[in-house]
Write a protein that binds this ligand. Structure first.
Ligand code: GDP
Length: 463
């Protein structure tokens, strides 16, 4: 309806033709790409486990590791060295330095795994939600130590909450890493006990049996991470997969490379030769040099002049890629962080009101009609208002418990209507798993995670 005509000067013929399917197959190099989130109770050993795993896979250089070891010895905390592998990345991120990809990406024989939101914080829940909202698969770390597993698992512990949250955010495959096996003398009895409790709970939480697996290990000693354990007490009874072997077994997730193109802009800067460079992750579809794309919500047409991935020029890029795209034909003032580049064939809608399914966390005050929130969506943060409480749902089955509730308290599940001050380009969860998720925050706290079910009003008026 609103697509401006193609400017005459920009003929596509000067760009070489790209066979998208062929190019994609070539790029994958026979490996699947997956996004992994690591969750679990505080002190379960998440950072140590992942740090040690990255080290064993050769993703952390020896000199750096030595430095960490020296520093942590000085502090009398020898075992912290591995956790620092991940903390370093966090720190770099905070300073805005380009992430050292090698530290957050690793490979198994069949997979390229991106580790989302390295856990290094005390304040883990908001962090965890951001990561989980982008994750395909997860590792839930539980602590095998006597009494510690129980603490994490009981009410108030984060093991259950994280497992439920991951499920509600669409993470359907989980490995349960039964960690710190060194603290229980590698006991088979203890491992079996934990597996039994976790399996029952995971089933109740809505996971399918075939999508859950358990791996005993120790992040500290490094047993059963990338290599089978040589510890006799352990290897005498455990003949199963290592953690890395199990990660390799995750069922591949299909990238929406054939879906309409969408890129959420995370950063903008003046590019070379008069163009504008934008960076972001391609959320769906693909983009080729020479493509006409639409900048939303400004509704301006742009031409893609160049694409780079990790500073390397490519002729096309796909869903899941972090890219820099040089575009021309648009005024930089029409571009904002949170703006979108999308296909002209299937442009995105700019919604002002949506209906969503939400899971509420720790609310100080119950949510009522008119509750103000900050809507976190991709690279965007926007003020919004909860306009209607449609229904309250059973947390695990999703059935309606109550229609039009007066208020919603913490730890409940519900359907609500949310209104924005400005139009936001978004997508339904049923059309795109990644773009159909959001978070709500209030007074600096993450209060809910949600899935977009329907667009009720658009920029142009009612649907
Ligand atoms: P996180 O909060 O889940 O990231 O946990 P950390 O990785 O920071 O670990 C918490 C504490 O448990 C630290 O003191 C670690 O040294 C210790 N720890 C982590 N993994 C293991 C393990 O496999 N065995 C033992 N004995 N201690 C561990």
């Amino acid at each position: 309806r609103f697509i401006p005509p193609l400017p005459k000067s920009s003929s596509r013929s000067k760009y070489e033709k790209v066979d998208v399917k062929e190019e994609y197959a070539k790029r994958q190099g026979g490996k699947d790409k997956i996004n992994l989130v690591v969750i679990g109770h505080v002190d379960a050993g998440k950072s140590t486990l992942m740090g040690h795993l990255l080290y064993q896979l050769g993703n952390v250089n020896k000199r750096l590791m030595h430095k960490y070891e020296q520093e942590s010895k000085k502090l009398g905390k020898g075992s912290f060295a591995f956790a620092w592998v991940l903390d370093e990345t966090e720190e770099e991120r905070a300073r805005g330095v380009t992430m050292d990809i090698a530290q957050t990406q690793f490979e198994t024989p069949g997979k390229i795994v991106t580790l989302l939101d390295a856990p290094g914080h005390r304040d883990f829940i908001p962090n965890m939600i951001t990561g989980t909202a982008q994750a395909d698969v997860g590792i839930l770390v539980v602590n095998a130590t006597k009494g510690e597993f129980e603490t994490g698992f009981e009410s108030g512990g984060q093991t259950r909450e994280h497992a439920l949250l991951a499920r509600s955010l669409g993470v359907s495959q989980l490995i349960i890493a039964v960690n710190k096996m060194d603290t229980v003398e590698w006991s088979k009895f203890r491992y079996d006990e934990i597996v039994k409790k976790m399996s029952t709970f995971m089933k109740q939480a809505g996971y399918k049996e075939e999508n859950i697996s358990c791996i005993p290990c120790s992040g500290l000693t490094g047993d059963n991470l990338a290599h089978s354990s040589k510890e006799p007490l352990f290897s005498s009874w455990y003949k199963g997969n290592t953690l890395v072997e199990q990660i390799d077994k995750f069922i591949p997730v299909s990238r929406p490379v054939d879906k309409p193109f969408r890129l959420y802009i995370g950063d903008i800067f003046k590019g070379m030769g008069g163009g504008i460079s934008v960076t972001g992750k391609i959320a769906s579809g693909n983009v080729k040099q020479g493509d006409r794309v639409l900048v939303m919500p400004a509704m301006e047409l742009a031409i893609v002049k160049g694409i780079t991935i990790n500073e390397e020029a490519v002729s096309c890029a796909f869903a899941g890629d972090h890219v820099t795209v040089v575009i021309t034909g648009v005024d930089i003032t029409n571009l904002n962080i949170g703006s979108i580049l999308c296909s002209t064939d299937v442009p995105m809608k700019a919604a002002t009101r949506i209906r969503a399914r939400v899971v509420l966390f720790n609310l100080e005050l119950p949510m009522t009609k008119g509750y103000t929130v900050v809507f976190h969506y991709q690279s965007l943060t926007e003020p919004a208002i909860v306009k209607r409480l449609v229904s309250q749902l059973n947390k695990s089955s999703g059935e309606v418990i109550k229609k039009r509730p007066k208020c919603l308290t913490k730890n409940t599940s519900a359907v609500v209507e949310i209104e924005f001050e400005r139009p936001i380009c978004l997508e339904l969860f049923k059309d795109n798993k990644d773009l159909g998720r959001f978070m709500l925050r209030n007074s600096g706290q993450t209060i809910a995670a949600g899935l977009i079910e329907e667009v009720l009003k658009t920029k142009a008026g009612d649907e």
